[in-house]
Design a protein around this ligand. Sequence first.
Ligand SMILES: Cc1cc2nc3c(=O)[nH]c(=O)nc-3n(C[C@H](O)[C@H](O)[C@H](O)COP(=O)(O)O)c2cc1C
Ligand code: SF4
Length: 447
Amino acid sequence: MSNTTYRNNGSFKYKHLSELQKDIEELRLDIKVSNNIDLFKKKIYIDNFTIPNSIASLPMEGGDSSKNGSPTELTYRKYERIARGGSGLIWLEAVSISKEGRSNDKQLWLTEENWTEFKKLNDLIKTSAKEEFGEDYKPITIIQLNHSGRYCKVNGKSSPIIATHKKLLDDRLGISEDHPVVTDDYLRSLEDDFLKSAKLAKKAGFDGVDIKACHGYLLSELLSAYEREGEYGGKFENRIKLLTNVIDKIRADIDCEGLLIGTRLNLYDAVPYPQGWGVSKSGGMDVDLQEPKALIKILEEKGVKLISLTMGNPYFVPHINKPYDIGNYTPDENAIISCNRLINEVGNIQKTFPNMNFVGVGYSWFRSLAPYVGAGSLENGLCNIVGFGREGIAYPDFAKDILNHGEMISNKACISCSKCSEMKSKIGTCGCVIRDNKVYLPIYKKM
Ligand SMILES: Cc1cc2nc3c(=O)[nH]c(=O)nc-3n(C[C@H](O)[C@H](O)[C@H](O)COP(=O)(O)O)c2cc1C
Ligand code: SF4
């Protein structure tokens, strides 16, 4: 890998659905397509909540908070655009549960002091959606609670908090062999920090919380802490303990009554065993869903009904996580293969747990053909809700266009150029440099 910006050989090249279908056949992919775009109009019922359609706007960390973690004008602007865009499920970006757990000094951080600012954000989402789609229209809002673990940055400096050493990832970050691993007491204290944040999220009016366990952050790292000693490492029951304890505590707390509890969960880290989760234990990089499935079964028994699935680690293998045409290295597979993995493995899980509502991922790369791919997934039971990440910042009206006009407009769609990711990694603040260029191109240029 190198830092030069490369163009992926398998860049998006399709003008018509038939061309994509031909490649799906020739490459023997599992991606399904359908013209039945009305499938996105299906409402999803979870407990007392109704998601008004089957489209989710996935979390996109914007790094635009004030010093104390509150939303700023850029944050409000982004979510107002997304709310007016029509996604039935609005899954907000990573919000830190603690000061030291922030991914950078501009990451949102929910506290006793600023929860009313988050209430303002949630109210803005709800009222904007109502103004746009009518009095009865209510998107469901989920706030993603996170501890950034090895990707914490404080005062502009990398300040990794690690649960276990993982040589491949440590080397990438310059973490030395003697860097301390957090204690069990510290991890135990996080259970209450997550609970505290969930209570604040409830007070702020969010419909639900996501206990984030993906993309290599702390709870995700713990899932594969095979080599950690003590109560949060080693055997499966220990590695999933922080996630499941947090869920139990939120479920049992009277102040959180009625809160939807979900998680954004990695299915596959694409980091070899014993450093990665969802990876074959017999060597190599094959997907092995035995442990992720065992965890999801437990989550289902605990009453979790909504899970957003994902893969990879944006700091290590971004092509697995968000297939791209242009990025800072050339992956050893074409983007369509990465999309196929995401769509197919989520499908495998949705079929195994038919009563769980899984949000799928891997669609933005398909640009204006994404509605057909998403409809194919819905038609074939590969997910209950189709999730879009980058489209939310490139083309916030994508959901409205799918639902009202049965299409997405190609010159409004994300072109998977990775400029937003580049901004996120360099300065924290990010947005779509291409389609929202009035706001983000000047910031990009200045960077
Ligand atoms: C700039 C940027 C910020 C992101 N922030 C988050 C985040 O806060 N939480 C999260 O779970 N995923 C985050 N993601 C991942 C997206 O939610 C999504 O999984 C990924 O972009 C793939 O979906 P897509 O192909 O529709 O974009 C981010 C991705 C990008 C490019
Ligand atoms: S900068 Fe815009 S077009 Fe480029 S990947 Fe990000 S969202 Fe897509």
